[in-house]
Design a protein. Structure first.
Length: 411
């Protein structure tokens, strides 16, 4: 699967901190995602890790100060800086931060940073007192004012044995941030996309409730795919263990009623609503305040219908014109296509993604899906078994098509 990292040149600067072990992981993840990763180590970074470590995971040469004075030296820093889509320095020490803030260029990394015209991301790692020092804080402010992105540090155990703020963020967060930065010029730039995901939870008593098997995987994949196309994404999800993609505005809800309120709040000026959530159709009429006692015997549950969110959205659309596009999902165990087509019409959708939940390799909780995309014009696109990420990309391509935008402008 093509990701936004494909063939993108990223310069990864590494300075002298024990957090370099996380940068090796980051370099590996970037390379596995298709990026071309040029690593530059400072002299002190080489005390913790060797260039060979990075070369082994990136398949690219890793540079040190010896390259600054080598045969390619006079053009090396300019070349690396010019071709980079992003410069990421992780970990960055207080010392290199200070150099960047003051434009000091005394090694290959700082010379490259000064020559770079691409977006810069810095992930500081240092002892808590060094981080809190006014000099470091002033340097960070200076860099922020120059539109440099600073992520972290976070709180926790530090190499000094102390606990405090100074830990470098995890590689997965940096990967998400880099991905977000690479995709801001996509075809859906400045378009607001709302995605709902996972199931809702309808309480019976304070500790029990009715829920369903939706994992949220398809919805979260749609949110990532929309981000990858450049959109501003609001992700509204019920209870799930999944981490939200970096860059989404994430709203967590529990019940169908709360999801309705969150969707209506997010709706103004939205371009598309992708309603992937498995919203409960029924809820207990009167959830109890106290825990239902076992000794009382099996309780009789009276259920009532939850509000239909897509029906409420259709009403809003007729009044205000947004969202331009509504996409629904139909999970069915029988008469999939005819049921889905009926829903598309009843809920006034532009597309509906029909999902056969009787298959074991598709639908709830698994990583793959087999769907048919139905459109309002009567069209029917049957997709083969594919990953939920790939399904998400297909859906976003269809949304881009409906909006009359060109998806050739990749990332
Ligand atoms: O009618 P049914 O619930 O099967 O339709 C499924 C589609 O409707 C999904 O896109 C789901 O997110 C949405 N839905 C809704 N409000 C509900 C129940 C489902 O918008 N109360």
């Amino acid at each position: 699967m093509i990701t936004p990292f494909q063939d993108k040149r990223i310069v990864l600067g590494v300075t002298g901190s024990i957090a370099v072990y996380k940068s090796v992981d980051l370099a590996s993840k970037l390379a596995q995602s298709g990026a071309v990763v040029d690593v530059i180590l400072t002299q002190s970074a080489t005390q913790f890790v060797t260039p060979l470590t990075f070369q082994s995971v990136t398949g690219q040469p890793a540079y040190t100060d010896s390259d600054l004075w080598g045969s390619q030296g006079h053009i090396q820093h300019i070349g690396l800086a010019r071709h980079a889509k992003q410069l990421v320095i992780a970990p960055i020490t207080a010392n290199t931060l200070a150099k960047l803030a003051h434009g000091i260029a005394d090694n290959l990394l700082t010379v490259t940073a000064l020559a770079a015209r691409c977006p810069i991301i810095l992930a500081p790692a240092m002892d808590g007192d060094m981080y809190a020092h006014p000099a470091t804080q002033t340097n960070l402010d200076t860099l922020r004012q120059r539109d440099v992105t600073i992520i972290g540090p976070t709180e926790g155990h530090l190499a000094s044995g102390m606990t405090g703020i100074g830990r470098m963020v995890e590689s997965i967060e940096l990967l998400g941030l880099i991905r977000y930065g690479l995709t801001r010029h996509g075809p859906l730039r400045n378009k607001k996309i709302i995605v709902t995901a996972s199931g809702t939870y309808e309480p019976i008593d304070p500790i029990r409730g009715i829920m369903n098997r939706s994992s949220g995987k398809q919805g979260f994949a749609l949110a990532q795919a929309a981000l990858d196309k450049g959109a501003d994404v609001t992700l509204i999800s019920g209870p799930t263990h999944l981490a939200a993609p970096i860059g989404v505005d994430h709203m967590e809800i529990r019940t169908a009623e709360e999801m309705l309120a969150a969707v209506l709040k997010a709706l103004p000026d939205s371009t598309a609503l992708l309603m992937a959530a498995a919203v409960a159709d029924f809820r207990p009429v009167s959830p109890t305040k106290e825990k239902v006692k076992k000794s009382a015997g099996g309780p009789k549950l009276e259920l009532e219908a939850t509000p239909d969110i897509l029906a409420a959205v259709a009403k809003e659309k007729s009044k205000h014109g947004y969202p331009e596009i509504s996409v629904g999902f139909a999970a069915e165990s029988q008469d999939l296509i005819s049921n889905a087509r009926q829903k598309l019409e009843a809920k006034q959708l532009d597309l509906i993604i029909a999902n056969d939940i009787s298959a074991t390799d598709a639908g709830f909780a698994v990583d793959t899906n087999r769907v048919t995309i139905l459109d309002a014009g009567g069209g029917e696109e049957v997709l083969p078994l594919m990953s939920k990420d790939e399904v998400a990309q297909f859906v976003l391509e269809r949304v881009i098509g409906l909006l009359g935008l060109s998806s050739n402008e990749q990332y």
